[in-house]
Design a protein around this ligand. Structure first.
Ligand code: NDP
Ligand code: 8X3
Length: 246
């Protein structure tokens, strides 16, 4: 039985992974801003077989919120740094300042602060697994995605650096880099459900369950095996800018 801490567990990959870990009988500590949604996820996790499922409000853009969450969450065997978002599709020349700051604070600063708060306990326990949600966008660029891709390139750099810094501690670090998946991601990014739906029309994107499957696979390898990076896309997605429709 492992203790699994998940940031951004109120929807998408975080929710699907929580359910997957629940089915294995693990204990869960779930964070996000939408606590009502978290409670529903926790209830489903307990029904699915989780040993425990606790929820705690978490806004990774707030240091105090991170400190309170991390004070309450115990020592993770598995830390899934999943909370993240894209805001807008504007070019650099006209992107909103709030989108710029929102993506950097959430995807980079929040991820590092959560990791920094929990690592000393994991190091003392001489075990653990950090799984960071990067993106296929950590491996290339596209117009209207400069800052989102930059934050995900940063996550990849942080994952690589952690593997060096944690050498000899018995802590594993995995970078998960999925391509386009139909979650609430595009609703958050575009601010509109019908625009979001169009992103996935006419082809079959990844689902949250597909990505959770891969997360569970890396987390269930024997302790001496570290899956460093996972790059996965829908079969129809050949690159960041090429999706086959129809
Ligand atoms: P969703 O929008 O469905 O889920 C995002 C999760 O992150 C939600 O639980 C949300 O919770 C949480 N979150 C966002 N901001 C904060 C915050 N400030 N504090 C705490 N939690 C926050 O999207 P996905 O499941 O698709 O995204 C999960 C991760 O995967 C993200 O890092 C994303 O960048 C990445 N990704 C997504 C891809 C996709 O195509 N869907 C592809 C590759 C990577 P709440 O709003 O309740 O706080
Ligand atoms: C999300 C995938 O291609 O929209 O991380 O940037 S993409």
């Amino acid at each position: 039985m492992s203790h699994v801490v998940i940031t951004g567990a109120s929807s998408g990959f975080g929710e699907a992974s929580a359910l997957g870990f629940a089915k294995l009988g693990h204990s869960l500590f779930l964070g996000a801003r939408r606590v009502d949604r978290l409670r529903e996820v926790a209830r489903a996790c307990l029904e699915a077989g989780a040993r425990e499922a606790e929820v705690h409000e978490l806004d990774v853009r707030g240091k105090k919120s991170i400190d309170e969450f991390c004070a309450a969450c115990g020592t993770p065997d598995i830390l899934l740094n999943n909370a993240g978002l894209a805001l807008g599709r504007d070019p650099v020349s006209s992107m909103k300042d709030e989108d710029l700051v929102g993506m950097v604070e959430t995807n980079v600063i929040g991820l590092v602060r959560v990791t920094r708060a929990l690592l000393p306990r994991m190091i003392a326990a001489k075990r653990g697994h950090i799984i960071n949600l990067g993106s296929y966008a950590a491996r290339g660029v596209y117009e209207g995605g400069a800052v989102y891709a930059a934050t995900k390139h940063s996550v990849r750099v942080i994952s690589e650096t952690l593997r060096l810094e944690l050498s000899g501690t018995n802590i594993r670090v995995t970078e998960m880099d999925p391509g386009m998946a139909e979650t609430e991601f595009s609703i958050v990014r575009l601010g509109d459900e019908s625009k979001a739906k169009k992103v996935y029309e006419g082809w079959e994107p990844l689902t949250a369950a597909d990505v959770a499957d891969a997360i569970l696979w890396v987390a269930t390898r024997p302790p001496h095996v570290n899956v460093s990076e996972v790059v996965m896309t829908a079969t129809a997605q050949a690159s960041l800018t090429k999706v086959h429709k129809g």
